[in-house]
Design a protein around this ligand. Structure first.
Ligand code: IPE
Ligand code: IPE
Ligand code: MG
Length: 249
C-alpha cells in the first residue's frame, strides 16, 4: 500500500460496524473444512483493529457470532468459542496497553461459563480506556436485543412507575446493548452477501452500507480504507432535503 493510502480520510466516520462474513467459503475454496476459515478470520480482526484508529475510526463494532449461529454444527460452534477465548487471552494485555475499551454486545444468558468469564474479564480490564472503542457482537441478535430492551422497560414500569409517555427514542436506545454508543456511520459486510442478518437493527436506521466482495479472512486495511473512501462520497440526508433542492412555497 502506498504511504498516501494510510492517511486518514478527511471526514472519516466515527463508528464503523462490520459483518465479518465469508470465513467458511474462504476455507472451502481451499478444499479445507469450513471451520479452518475462522482462525484466518481472527488474523483479519487483528489487522483491522490495529489499522482502524489511524484511519479515523473511533468506534469499531464487529459481528462475530449471532443468536442464529448456534444452529451451526457443534464442532464449528466450539471452534468459534475457542477462538474468542484465545483472542482475548492472547491480545487483552495489548488492548489494555493501547487504550482500547472492549464491550461485548449480546445475550450473556446461555453462554458457557468459561466464555462468560472471558467476556467479563475483557470488559472489566479495559473499562477505564477511552482511546478506541471495540465492540464485539457475540451471541448477538438485533431482535433479541430489542426484545430484551422492551422487557427491561416493562420491568421499570412495574417497579419504578415508568410511564408509556416516558419511553422516547433516547430512553429506548439506552436499554440496548449499544446503549450510550453513537449509531454506526458505516456498515461493511464482506463476502458479497447483501443483508444484515439480524445485526444492529435499531442502530442502522441511517447508516451507510458498503458490501465489498472480499471474503473476511482476506480483508485488509486497504479494504477498510476503500470502504471509508466510498462512505465519504455518500450524502446523508436523514429524511430532510439538501439546500439546493429546497422548495419554498
Ligand atoms: C462469518 O463467516 C463468521 C461467523 C458467522 C462465525 P461464515 O462462517 O458465515 O462464512 P460463510 O458465510 O459460510 O462463508
Ligand atoms: C452473520 O453472518 C453473522 C456473523 C457474521 C457473525 P451469517 O453467515 O451467519 O449470516 P447468514 O446466515 O448468511 O444470513
Ligand atoms: Mg456467512
Amino acid at each position: 500500500m502506498a504511504a498516501d493510502d494510510q492517511q486518514p480520510a478527511p471526514d472519516a466516520p466515527l463508528h464503523v460496524a462490520i459483518v465479518m462474513d465469508g470465513n467458511g467459503r474462504w476455507a472451502k475454496r481451499r478444499g479445507l473444512p469450513r471451520q479452518l476459515g475462522h482462525p484466518k478470520g481472527v488474523e483479519a480482526i487483528r489487522r483491522v483493529v490495529e489499522a482502524a484508529p489511524d484511519q479515523g475510526v473511533r468506534w469499531l463494532t464487529l459481528y462475530a457470532f449471532s443468536t442464529e449461529n448456534w444452529r451451526r454444527p457443534a464442532g464449528e460452534v466450539a471452534e468459534v468459542m475457542r477462538l474468542l477465548k484465545h483472542y482475548v487471552n492472547s491480545d487483552l494485555d495489548k488492548l489494555v496497553k493501547e487504550g482500547v475499551r472492549v464491550r461485548i454486545l449480546g445475550r450473556r444468558d446461555g453462554l458457557p461459563d468459561d466464555i462468560a468469564e472471558i467476556v467479563e474479564r475483557a470488559e472489566s480490564r479495559t473499562a477505564h480506556n477511552d482511546r478506541f472503542f471495540l465492540q464485539v457482537a457475540f451471541n448477538y441478535g438485533g431482535r433479541a436485543d430489542i426484545v430484551d430492551a422492551a422487557r427491561a422497560l416493562v420491568a421499570k414500569a412495574l417497579s419504578e412507575g415508568l410511564k408509556p409517555e416516558d419511553i422516547t427514542d433516547e430512553v429506548f436506545q439506552a436499554q440496548l446493548a449499544t446503549g450510550g454508543l453513537p449509531d454506526p456511520d458505516l456498515v461493511i459486510r464482506t463476502s458479497g452477501e447483501l443483508r444484515l442478518s439480524n445485526f444492529l437493527l435499531w442502530e442502522t436506521a441511517y447508516s451507510e452500507f458498503v458490501f465489498p466482495a472480499v471474503l473476511w479472512p482476506d480483508f485488509t486495511p486497504a479494504h477498510l480504507k476503500s470502504a471509508l473512501d466510498e462512505f465519504q462520497k455518500r450524502e446523508r440526508r436523514y429524511g430532510t432535503v439538501t439546500d439546493d433542492v429546497l422548495v419554498t412555497n
